[in-house]
Design a protein around this ligand. Structure first.
Ligand code: T4K
Length: 374
């Protein structure tokens, strides 16, 4: 019997990390005094430096959001034709391909980590393929070694969508060290944010100049425009807030780690609910807390659980439903990719609320509500 009352205030999937306002005022004052508000000023330079250190990577360039960063990565790497990617992702991954006139070729995913199934990539390669665009879904690293091997063999570029991966490490290395380029999102809903923002990390130092030009209209100097660029710069207020948030991010990850463990302990005995497995060799950031709901075993479907939680003022999210292959604007496309695992996962996945300001009591309460669903 469930005697639990709904929460008084809504419990969302996430809440942004908020620096005390006093610090924001001081930062704005500093920016105002400098009279430099955008176009790669001092805050921008400091944040790039701070992030290179924190993310343990070689090179990084900031952008006004992750989506434009991704588009410009494709442009900088001169991708053409087809790009192999996953259907289980946020619309930005695939929409950014369309923006650059690239054709997504959808590869099925793994049932255990929801990432692209690297064993299926090779069969999708054609003479038109120029790159692989895997997503480290929910901050869980893809099969990095296998993907790299395939890319080397077929001379393909790898662009990782690492939007969920701030601070994730694989085998002791920052996750941004893999592939040709990785994209991080600094949106307000991410562990580290600049309200809106993003970054590309990369291994080739020559890309730095190219990307800096592309995000600033392709302007080399007052007399020369040398690339077909756009405006995708991060401004000084965004970068300043990023610098403040960077000091809080480690503590936020620690809090989320503790809360994730409480979820796991309290959900462990519920038949039909499965938490995401953690891999060895990975330092996680606990960006999301996804569960799979197996209707046959749990007796209730993912959608029923989603609606039921709402009655208790809990707003879980069905990330990433629907699959990219099912978007309405694809209706005229006559492709039919073989993606059986993605079709299973997309109907079972549910992300539960997770952020540092939640308490142990709230998490236990959410689990109790789940276990007494009726
Ligand atoms: N690739 C992947 C794999 C991604 O997941 C994303 C973004 C991207 C690329 C693109 O990166 P960006 O261009 O965004 O940098 C949110 C985010 O807007 C989006 O950045 C993120 N992925 C995605 C997974 O989540 P929505 O549509 O779910 O956002 P929204 O507005 O419904 O917010 C979710 C909840 O967060 C709200 O219910 C309450 C809370 N919230 C949200 C905002 C904006 C707050 O408490 N305060 C806020 O200011 O997309």
């Amino acid at each position: 019997m469930n005697d639990t009352k709904p929460f008084k205030h809504p419990i969302y999937i996430t809440r942004p990390l908020l620096v005390p306002l006093k610090k924001i005022y001081n930062k704005i004052e500093e920016i105002w005094k400098s009279k430099w508000l955008t176009n790669m000023g001092p805050q921008h330079r400091l944040l790039e430096k701070g992030l290179i250190k924190y993310l343990k990577i070689k090179y990084l360039t900031l952008f006004c959001n992750g989506t434009l960063a991704l588009e410009l990565a494709f442009q900088a790497l001169k991708l053409t034709g087809q790009v192999i990617t996953t259907p289980f992702t946020f619309p930005a991954t695939v929409n950014s391909l369309f923006q650059k006139n690239l054709e997504p070729i959808f590869c099925d995913i793994n049932l255990n980590d929801y990432n692209i199934n690297s064993d299926l990539i090779e069969d999708l390669i054609t003479p038109q393929t120029s790159a692989i665009l895997p997503v480290h879904v929910f901050g869980n690293p893809c099969d990095i070694e296998k993907i790299e091997k395939i890319a080397n063999q077929y001379n393909l570029k790898i662009i990782y969508d690492a939007a969920h991966c701030f601070g994730v490490e694989y085998k002791g290395q920052g996750i941004g060290n893999f592939g040709d380029v990785s994209m991080f999102s600094f949106h307000a809903t991410k562990i580290f944010h600049t309200i809106e923002g993003g970054a590309l990390t990369f291994q080739d130092p020559d890309l730095k100049m190219n990307l800096s030009l592309l995000k600033n209209f392709g302007i080399r100097n007052e007399e020369e425009v040398i690339l077909h660029g756009t405006n995708a710069k991060m401004n000084e207020v965004q970068a300043g807030i990023g610098l403040l948030n960077l000091r809080l991010v480690e503590e936020e990850i620690e809090k989320r780690k503790v809360l994730s463990l409480i979820y796991k302990e309290n959900l462990a005995d519920i038949n039909g609910i499965k938490c995401m497995d953690e891999k060895k060799d990975v330092k996680y950031n606990y960006q999301y807390f996804p569960i799979l709901i197996n209707k046959k075993m749990f007796k209730f479907s993912r959608d029923q659980v989603y609606e039921y939680l709402k009655k208790y003022n809990i707003f879980s999210r069905k990330y990433f439903y629907p699959l990219c292959t099912d978007y309405k604007y694809y209706n005229n496309n006559n492709f039919n990719p073989q993606i059986p695992n993605a079709k299973v996962i997309v109907n079972q996945i549910l992300c539960l609320p997770l952020y540092g300001d939640l308490t142990e009591e709230i998490i236990i309460q959410i689990c109790k509500i789940l276990s007494h669903i009726q």
